[in-house]
Every structure is written in C-alpha cells, then in structure tokens.
Design a protein around this ligand. Structure first.
Ligand code: SAM
Length: 279
C-alpha cells in the first residue's frame, strides 16, 4: 500500500506540475521534509484535534502534518495550480486531508473546524499579520497557532516592553496568548529564497488574559498609544478624544511615560479607564 512516505520528492513534484513560484502569492516553498516534520512536531499533539493549514502549496508541510499523525487536516489554498498535487497527497492520506480552494482571509475556520483545533502554517508574507489578527479574535476556538513569519514580524510578536520591536502586535498577541519563537530558518531553507530570514512562532491561548479588557477597546487604545510612540502618553492618547490625564490617573499610570514602557497589564488598565471615562 502506498503512503505519505512513498510520494515523490517535492522538487520533482514541483517540476512535473510546473509550479513556478508566484511572488504575488508569497510563494516560498519548503522542500526539506525533515524541516516540515520538525515544524509539525513543534505544533504539539495533532492526533486528537483538527489542524488548519493555510497555503499548503505543493504540500511539504501538509505531508509533515499527516506523517505526524494529524487526525484531520483542512488545507486552504488560493492557487488552483496546487490542487492536482494536493489531490495526490489526499489519495494516500486515509481520508485525513481535506483541501479547500479559496482565500484563508474569508474561510470560515471556526465553522469548519472542531473546537480545540491547531493552526499550523508557513504563511504567505502578505497576509500573515491580517490572518493572525483574525485568529486572535477567535482564540477560544484554538488550542494553538504555530506560524512561520518573516523573522522581523516574529520578533514583533514576542517583543517585551522596552524592546525596539514592542508595539501593537506584541501587546495584542501577548494579552491573549503566550508567544515564543520556537525555530529559526535561514532564507536558503526556502525555494525560491526570500530576501530575509524566517522564524516559527508558537502561540498558546492564555486561560486568563493579561488584565481584563474589551478586545476592541484595548486595540483602539494600544493603536493610539503607539501611533506616536516617541511621545508621552498624555499627548499620544489625545487622539482617542477623551481626557488623557483623567484616563491615565484612573489607570494609575504616570502621564509622562511612553507607550513602549507599558506592560501589557497596564494597557488593559488603560482600556478599562477609557471605557469608564466614556460611560
Ligand atoms: N506550505 C507551503 C510550504 O511550506 O512549502 C507553501 C508556503 S508559501 C510561503 C504560502 C502559500 O500560501 C502558497 O502556496 C500560496 O499560494 C498560499 N496563499 C497565498 N495567499 C493565500 C490566501 N490568501 N489564502 C490561502 N492561501 C494563500
């Protein structure tokens, strides 16, 4: 019986199906199956949950996920040229792989996946951050997100107060999830190689957020604070339209501090103060 391990090498598959990489779709493929298996393992136990893969492309990571024993993989791919290759993987997947042709940005992942699903993806660089924000909004549906980003984006996700990379992305991710860089990949690991290095970030939803806050309010306050990151908060928060000094006093935060020095819990306190102010 043929299985995942009997499929031809990815380089041959790409050649035989004429899958020349398209820049507009962020296509940088991983052809080393040792690497894709490592990424699949970093995602945790896949044997008892649904897995969402965005952008399977020629299927290197898809093979890794299936070989790791994933119970069910739903793979959403925008490029119809990849469907024939993915059908070949599907044929040896024991019914565990479902391929959806479409845009991950509009895919109904919550409706299509059982609660406790894990997301594992080598994300196309142009939609990586919007997809992450979308998952953050429905994080209670997921057990984890294991995502490949450009290294610079990965650093912005895991940054701490005082780091140069600390900003809206770090606060919104760190408020809702524990976030760690779990693997670094040089540009040469991809075909074709991108201009910059990449990294895999593993995000595990927190049972308790870092401070109580309404997510939309928190997002507004954080965006205002970092929009003028070099300015003191008493100035940068003016764009919210309320009284920044009163809001900062309620949150017990010195008005001369800058956004980049605030802990995530302090942003949550600011969001609560903003809501109390507006009530
Ligand atoms: N998973 C493969 C790998 O690791 O070799 C391919 C990763 S490649 C960086 C990104 C993939 O996402 C491509 O296959 C591309 O066609 C697909 N893609 C790009 N935009 C997409 C979107 N909006 N929705 C779903 N797939 C998308």
């Amino acid at each position: 019986m043929t299985g995942i391990d009997d499929l031809p090498p990815l380089r041959d598959v790409i050649r035989s199906h004429g899958l020349d990489a398209r820049k507009g779709l962020g296509q940088h493929f991983l052809l080393d199956l040792n690497l894709t298996s490592r990424i699949a393992r970093l995602a945790g136990d896949l044997t008892r949950c649904d897995v969402l893969e965005v952008g399977p492309g020629p299927g290197g990571l898809t093979r890794g996920l299936l070989a790791s024993g994933a119970r069910r993989v739903v793979a959403v791919e925008k490029d119809s040229r990849c469907l024939a290759v993915l059908a070949e993987i599907q044929a040896v997947s024991d019914g565990r792989l479902e391929v959806v042709e479409g845009d991950a940005l509009t895919f109904d992942d919550v409706g299509s996946l059982a609660r406790g699903a894990r997301v594992v993806a080598n994300l196309p660089y142009n939609v990586g951050t919007p997809l992450l924000f979308r998952w953050l909004d429905r994080l209670d549906h997921f057990a984890s997100l294991t995502l490949m980003f450009q290294r610079e984006v990965a650093e912005r996700i895991v940054a701490r107060p005082g780091d140069k990379a600390y900003g809206r992305l770090a606060v919104m991710c760190g408020w809702a999830a524990d976030c760690h860089i779990v693997m670094d990949l040089p540009a040469r690991a991809f075909t074709p190689p991108p201009k910059v290095a990449s990294a895999v970030v593993h995000l595990t939803p927190r049972t308790e957020k870092r401070g109580q806050a309404d997510p939309a309010t928190l997002s507004r306050v954080v965006a205002a604070a970092f929009n003028q990151r070099r300015k003191m908060l008493r100035q940068s928060l003016k764009s919210l339209g309320g009284d920044p000094l009163a809001m900062l006093a309620t949150a017990d935060i010195d008005p001369t501090r800058r956004a980049e020095t605030l802990a995530i819990e302090e942003f949550a306190a600011l969001a609560r103060a903003y809501e109390a102010d507006a009530a």
